[in-house]
Design a protein around this ligand. Sequence first.
Ligand SMILES: NC(=O)c1ccc[n+]([C@@H]2O[C@H](COP(=O)([O-])OP(=O)(O)OC[C@H]3O[C@@H](n4cnc5c(N)ncnc54)[C@H](O)[C@@H]3O)[C@@H](O)[C@H]2O)c1
Length: 459
Amino acid sequence: MNISVVGMGYVGLVTGACLASFGHKVFCYDRDPAKIERLTKKIVPVYEKGLKELVEVNVDSGQLLFTCSPKRAYQISDVIIIAVGTPALKTGEPDLSSFFSAARQIGKSLDPERFTVVVTKSTVPVGTWSKLTSILSSRKENGGQSHFGVVSNPEFLREGNALWDTVYPDRIVLGSCSQRSVKVMRDLYRPIIEQSFGNLPGIPPRPGQLKKVELIITTPVNAEMIKYAANAFLATKISFINEIANICERVGSDVTVISRGIGLDSRIGPEFLNAGIGWGGSCFGKDLASILHTAGNYGYFPQIIDAAVQVNTRQRQKIVQDLEELLGDLGGRTIGLLGLSFKPNTNDLRDAPSLEIISGLLEKGAVVKVYDPAAMDECKRQHPELIVTYERSALEAANDADALIIVTEWAEFRNLDCNQLKGVMKQAVIVDGRNIFDPRTLREKGFIYKGIGRPDNSQ
Ligand SMILES: NC(=O)c1ccc[n+]([C@@H]2O[C@H](COP(=O)([O-])OP(=O)(O)OC[C@H]3O[C@@H](n4cnc5c(N)ncnc54)[C@H](O)[C@@H]3O)[C@@H](O)[C@H]2O)c1
């Protein structure tokens, strides 16, 4: 098949590269010509395990192409996938201007003689499929609605595991009123649904138990709602365990043990039960704001979702408060901060707790030294207002620090040599916002250690 993908962010680029690996011809378009130029040279703008390798192989084989003028690609495509950003506006609703602009451009370009499926992968509010249909239909040159179909195909990939999640997903959701479009989409995703593809460059082999991927075929409204419900649930699960952590601190209980104790219950499951400084990233915040906004439009206030957001906001502020409890006035204190990206294995800084924590520390007059394995260049570029020192290693960030705080649970931080850390720090104080260290080991080595939801005497 010929496929066009619109928007070369995490979702669009990963989707395009994976579909190209299945033998489809994939034309990739982004409105940012600099991005397209770099991609043409096989320079991948995002940090994502295996992605560079997969892009290189498919560009070399001629299956993956990048373009600044997509009209011709749209005309010859069987499927056009929209994966542009839908960031939150101040009101909470998502900014759909990029999405509708992409839709208008597609509408103007469609070949009236050819049936094309236009797919929404961007996360968009319930009902957007109908607006998309209107925009595409309003283009007279299309020759009417019969020449295109619209499918809502929400994306569930996790940054840091994006390739894995794309080719070994838990499910694929297709929402459409057009059976013909659903058939095209089944054919497009057949290698994933049937798990019939061989080893792919940059992606670990298929997990043994995975034989077939569940396909949910439903209405567009259901498909749109599934995405919001999934993110609202996951964010709530994290906020829930953070609430439990805050109770644990007060009653002398260890939340890591509680998480294990409840996570082994098959009705609960162990995922998303790590207490910490809260969720961030490009999706949870904006998607929860969006569903709150949508519900509000229908005269309903979803209390649990609102509480999940509030708990998260409070949790982010906690780390600076914990630090003040340990050190007193932070003015003039040197704080080493490990981890900038909102989670490990990505350089994405959108809504990253680190940014708020750094601002909080700077406001209190602290001197901040940071280290992140992947996100420092992005941070320098996007946040010149943050006056911090960028260090070349975790050890350099710890050097001469009054305290070290763990903000992102990168694997390399787990393996730090605590004796070495203690040797370079001014004071052996660690505030572990991700509970990556063993409290007893650190205390035995002479550290003052504060985790999340772990009482001072936790073992
Ligand atoms: N990042 C994730 O983990 C994730 C997961 C699931 C769903 N989503 C959703 O997928 C969508 C894309 O997310 P992302 O993180 O890949 O976004 P992103 O911001 O990384 O990338 C979006 C890209 O779209 C381009 N773009 C914007 N308007 C355009 C237009 N009119 N024509 C062509 N290109 C245009 C931008 O230049 C940018 O390169 C969002 O709606 C997001 O909510 C993201």
